[in-house]
Design a protein around this ligand. Structure first.
Ligand code: GDP
Ligand code: IMO
Ligand code: MG
Length: 444
């Protein structure tokens, strides 16, 4: 049995959905621990495209239990849309469970997210506008509405009413916006509560029972390491903890149950929204990556900023998440390029810097130091083993693994489930030894 965390090793959209779907084949339970409908995970199976936001990417397997954990934030209206959409595509949600302690995104969260962005002007973050930050702020401020409050809103309507009145004061006095009608919102949300009630459970208990029964559990990350509230490129981050440690907090499990941590990274880099991005390309290669990689957001449709692979943030992601292995996605997007650059260090204030500088102003001034590798200029999407890949593509992957000091377990060469190379079985294969018999670190 293995319990595996899958996280994004860059700024999100690394292909976590595809990798989670792939590994869900041998999972009994898939858990989303953090984030909300800011996430957009695309899974392509037998030519059909599924876009998931809150529902774990294991949902396409009829016997896999899917849990939306306590650390997530739930927009009931959007979640119900997602459920309806899956039903239309003949995907059952009978194995879907929602944490009773997950926080609920209310209409004022979305309005306040958008109003705050406008107010920030040149300091805007470029949020998804889905109310994520304000929902997590209310959680930290201890005035949030949780799934339990929602499904028992008939018993305690005054709690929701009090919060809406409080938010109305902010909307009117701070932003000059019209107040919301508490009664109408409670009525609307009562309807959502009725529909969602059957799915609501004590999620951490449910996961603990699965652990006891030695089931295989996958924890599907949302967003990515550099968007982490504590360890990302603050303030240009999301309001949760997408790093591996966040999965345990958000699911309500102890770190000792985790067997593997897989980092998903694209063979290049993308970012949506504002914030520094040292390897960003503003030229025709950036344009090529966006078009060939179809780099348009699953959630907002925004064009993703594109650039070369950044080994400095890659190494940082390996450290901050304790990665056991990597899944490198979208290798095929590089197929046509005559040469490919990889950032191996930064130059900042006249010095060479090999470690990610957490100081935002320093990071904003980092200039990438590149190594240039030859491209392969031939298609790779049909390859199913490493050996079938062109020699230059194999060398490129070896270069990334050595740079990040993490072995590659999976290579993705297309969006479809089968367009995948399994280098080492990331769940059942031998776990990379970290210490020798004398307790000394093993050098790779
Ligand atoms: P996530 O948020 O990390 O799950 O990633 P997204 O789903 O937002 O973005 C990844 C996009 O790349 C999706 O449209 C996937 O279908 C697609 N994709 C995933 N892996 C590959 C790959 O290896 N090659 C190509 N060409 N597309 C891929
Ligand atoms: P997945 O799970 C890429 C970015 C937004 C913005 C910042 C804050 O699909 O990888 P928020 O709405 O969370 O307050 O926005 O975070 N962002 C993502 N970027 N992929 C995501 O999710 C993202 N979720 C949030 O663009 O820069
Ligand atoms: Mg995405």
């Amino acid at each position: 049995m293995a319990n595996v965390i899958i996280i994004g090793a860059q700024w999100g959209d690394e292909g976590k959905g595809k990798i989670t779907d792939l590994l869900s084949k041998s999972a009994d339970v898939v858990v989303r621990s953090q984030g909300g409908v800011n996430a957009g995970h695309t899974v392509v199976v037998q030519g059909q495209t599924f876009k998931l936001h809150l529902i774990p990417s294991g949902i396409l397997y009829p016997n896999t239990e899917c849990i939306i954990g306590s650390g997530t934030v739930i927009d009931p209206r959007e979640l119900l849309k997602e459920i309806d959409q899956l039903h239309k595509l003949n995907v059952s949600t009978k194995n879907l469970y929602i944490s009773q302690t997950a926080h609920v995104t209310m209409p004022y969260h979305r309005i306040l997210d958008q109003a705050a962005e406008e107010r920030r002007g040149k300091y805007r973050i470029g949020t998804t506008g889905r109310g994520i930050g304000p929902t997590y702020s209310d959680k930290a401020e201890r005035i949030g509405i949780r799934m339990l409050d929602l499904i028992y809103c008939d018993r305690y309507p005054e709690k929701i009413e009090w919060t809406i009145n409080y938010k109305n004061a902010v909307l009117e006095k701070l932003y000059g916006l019209p107040p919301l009608n508490a009664k109408e919102i409670i009525e609307e949300y009562r309807g959502y509560a009725e529909r969602l009630r059957p799915y609501v459970v004590d999620s951490s208990l449910k996961i603990a029972q699965a652990v006891k029964q030695k089931k295989n559990i996958l924890f599907e990350g949302a967003q990515g390491t550099l968007l982490d509230l504590d360890h990302g490129t603050y303030p240009y981050v999301t309001s949760s903890n997408p790093i591996a440690g966040g999965a345990c907090v958000g699911a309500g499990v102890g770190p000792t149950i985790i067997d593997r941590i897989i980092g998903v990274a694209k063979a290049y880099t993308t970012r949506v929204g504002e914030g520094p991005f040292p390897t960003e390309l503003h030229d025709e290669i950036g344009e090529y990556l966006a078009e060939k990689g179809a780099e348009y957001g699953t959630t907002t449709g925004r064009r993703r900023r594109c650039g070369w692979f950044d080994g400095v943030i890659g190494r940082y992601a390996a450290r901050i998440n304790g990665l056991d292995c990597l899944a490198i996605t979208k290798l095929d997007v590089l197929d046509e390029l005559p040469e490919i650059k990889v950032c191996v260090a930064y130059e900042v204030d006249g010095e060479i810097c090999r470690e990610f500088p957490i100081h935002a102003l320093k990071f904003a001034n980092c200039k990438p130091v590149y190594e240039t590798l030859p491209g392969w200029q031939q298609p790779t999407s049909h390859c199913r083993t490493l050996e079938e890949l062109p020699k230059q593509a194999q060398d490129y992957l070896k270069f990334l693994a050595e740079l990040m000091e993490v072995p590659i377990a999976i290579v993705s060469v297309g969006a479809a489930r089968e367009q995948t190379i399994i280098v080492e079985d990331p769940i059942h294969g031998p776990k990379r030894a970290l210490l020798d018999s004398k307790g000394k670190p093993v050098k790779s």
